[in-house]
Design a protein around this ligand. Structure first.
Ligand SMILES: Nc1ncnc2c1ncn2[C@@H]1O[C@H](COP(=O)(O)OP(=O)(O)OP(=O)(O)O)[C@@H](O)[C@H]1O
Length: 261
């Protein structure tokens, strides 16, 4: 089995700020991880490292068993799908939905070639269909709702048929129905044996799709707990992570937490 991610004693320091401290974490092929933590915990920084967009200040990060700093990251990047708010800023509002997805095959945003491989076009159509966007392929990205944009972004992240899919807060800004639609689609993805290894970052327990297998809890750049979901999701771990006394509830394979009275 391939080790997809291996962080060993990773520090990330910017100015006087230690964003990650002695952080170690391993993700194996086929696992579905949720990364939970409060604002500023270091979750996006973790995804920046995992997506090879950032190198650690100290320690080592290996992606598909290749150590960052000793490998050409441009060889690794097609294996990694990333959907994040930062990437959203690079998508032009007047770009057509189909092109937003299609251009990922060429590692770019913005259509620049007139001719695309038929195979790529078919894959983009197929992904947009799977993510419920087939009726909107000729719309501009700017004209979409927040939920539709999120789905297009995930379709784009899947375009290169990656072996690792990183989703940074895909539920942010969605209303209740939009969130539930997203959770349902991510549940289907998580249960698909052919789907890539998944890492989903969120603040909200309600967004954890059934079928996710592992959890990483992070606070102030440090790991609180990591491992199989059922072992990690305890009131004690969550209370420590969010610095609040929490009551944890589970229903229909979903989690939620409220402040303890
Ligand atoms: N270049 C930088 N210089 C200084 N501090 C930084 C820099 N980049 C990030 N930070 C800080 O590091 C901390 C972790 O940031 P990060 O974005 O990884 O957290 P996060 O868990 O994703 O937060 P959120 O949930 O709010 O998105 C934050 O306090 C942030 O302000």
């Amino acid at each position: 089995m391939v080790q997809v991610l291996e962080f060993v004693d990773v520090d990330v320091v910017r100015g006087h700020k230690e964003i990650l401290k002695k952080f170690s974490w391993e993700v194996d092929e086929g696992e579905r991880w949720v990364v939970l933590g409060p604002n500023g915990a270091g979750k996006t920084t973790l995804l920046q490292l995992a997506s090879t967009r950032m190198h650690p200040t100290r320690g080592t990060v290996s992606v598909f068993e290749e150590q960052l700093g000793k490998v050409d990251v441009f060889e690794l990047r097609p294996l990694i799908g990333l959907s994040s708010a930062a990437l959203l800023n690079h998508i032009r509002g007047d770009e057509k939905v189909l092109d937003v997805v299609l251009t990922a095959a060429y590692g770019m945003t913005g259509r620049w070639r007139e001719e695309y491989e038929k195979l790529d076009e078919r894959r983009a159509f197929q992904l947009l269909h799977e993510w419920g966007m087939s009726t909107m392929i000729n719309r501009t990205f700017a004209s979409l709702s927040e939920g539709e944009r999120k789905r297009v972004q995930i379709a784009r992240a899947l375009m290169t048929d990656p072996e690792l899919l990183l989703l940074d807060e895909p539920g942010a800004g969605l209303d209740l129905a939009g969130r539930e639609d997203l959770v349902k689609r991510l549940t289907t993805l998580a249960q698909d044996g052919a789907a890539p290894t998944l890492v989903l970052v969120t603040h909200h327990l309600e967004e954890i799709p059934p079928g996710f297998t592992h959890a990483l809890l992070i606070r102030d750049g440090e790991k609180v707990a990591a491992g199989p979901l059922a072992e990690v999701m305890t009131e004690e771990n969550l209370s420590t992570t969010f610095d609040a006394k929490l009551r944890l509830m589970q229903t229909e394979g979903r989690f939620m937490a409220v402040a303890a009275q």
